[in-house]
Design a protein around this ligand. Structure first.
Ligand code: ATP
Length: 323
């Protein structure tokens, strides 16, 4: 478990002090996949560097598995390095080393106690690069380089994988492949994944929970579905603009179906039972990691509209007044 308790990070300059993080409190449970989402400058990279001990907070404490991280104590740093693996936007591989040797490096540093060759071959197979072990990074595609980065980060069996904009330098198809690989690794190993990103598509595909940052603060911490159905912060609303149904009409309701009720004939039952008419203006589906949600934007006509809405809600269809 990672706990950030009242973390602040300030950078004093000649005239004023710049607050990159202010009173950030966050608990990440083992096995979670959490997205840290925000625009550039929100403080995401600062937060991740504090979690992995690269920079020291001005105030507050990072605690990993109940142990406070004290960067002045080598034992605490060693424990943290053993617990956390990290992947980066630009992969950070060593170009003079082969794929095999890049993955071997953290095993050498940590004096891996078991058969290193066996572990490297396991990792190569996990990331789908068994046939590329003798190649150098410059001959690999971006997606393959990130696969090496993932294998290297997982070498010492970390409990947490920190991903800093790890798909931002990749095209959409390759990014999707890397996100699929991370989901597969999560299923196989149960590793906690913390993914820093400014891309809402990434959290949509990968995460169970999203922490939204703005101006060095956490402004929203929510299950992924709620981010899309009930965004609270201005940042979330702004990031969701591309998913939004735009209309100038009025009297529109948003009906939200989940994976449990999407096969039922609730709306047509409702039309028959309450003698109403329904005008469907727009429909869309949203594929999240664990479920697909359906959205219908409709106008109701008829005397018994209120009863019809109550019927829909009773059948677990969420009904929101939209416009
Ligand atoms: N060493 C530093 N000295 C002064 N200001 C800094 C320093 N490091 C970061 N900052 C400032 O802190 C703020 C947060 O930066 P940070 O890199 O954490 O944001 P971010 O959300 O990760 O954005 P990006 O995705 O663009 O990296 C920025 O305004 C940045 O200029």
């Amino acid at each position: 478990m990672i706990e950030l308790k009242h973390i602040s990070k300030s950078y004093p300059n000649k005239k004023t002090t710049f607050h990159a993080l202010e009173d950030v409190n966050l608990t990440i449970q083992p096995g979670e996949i959490v997205g840290i989402l925000g625009y550039s400058g929100a403080g995401k990279s600062t937060l991740v560097r504090i979690i992995n001990g690269l920079i020291e907070p001005s105030k507050g404490v990072v605690s990993i598995d109940g142990h406070d991280l004290d960067l002045h104590k080598q034992q605490a740093i060693d424990r943290m390095r053993h617990t956390i693996g990290m992947i980066f936007q630009h992969f950070n591989l060593i170009h003079s080393m082969t794929v095999y040797d890049n993955i071997k490096l953290p095993l050498d540093i940590a004096k891996y106690p078991q058969d290193k060759d066996k572990r490297i071959l396991e990792l190569l197979s996990l990331v789908g690069l068994s046939d590329k072990k003798d190649m150098y990074p410059k001959s690999l595609s971006g997606g393959e380089r990130q696969r090496v980065g993932i294998a290297r980060a997982l070498a010492n069996h970390p409990k947490v994988l920190l991903c800093d904009e790890a798909t931002s330098a990749l095209d959409q198809k390759t990014a999707t492949d890397i996100l699929d690989l991370l989901k597969q690794i999560h299923q196989q190993t149960g590793v906690t994944i913390v993914f820093i990103t400014h891309q809402i598509e990434v959290v949509k595909a990968l995460c169970d929970r999203v922490v939204v940052m703005d101006g060095g603060r956490i402004v929203e911490d929510t299950p992924i579905k709620d981010l899309f159905v009930h965004p609270q912060s201005e940042v979330s609303k702004s990031l969701l603009q591309t998913f939004k149904y735009e209309t100038t009409e009025s009297d529109i309701y948003e009906l939200v179906y989940n994976h449990k009720n999407s096969n039922d004939t609730i709306l047509s039952d409702c039309i028959k039972q309450f003698h109403i008419d329904v005008n469907i203006k727009y429909a869309k589906t949203l594929a999240l990691k664990s479920e697909t949600i359906g959205f219908l934007y409709v106008q109701f006509f008829g005397q018994q509209t209120e009863d019809a809405i109550a019927y829909l809600k009773a059948h677990q269809v969420e009904v929101n007044r939209y416009a």
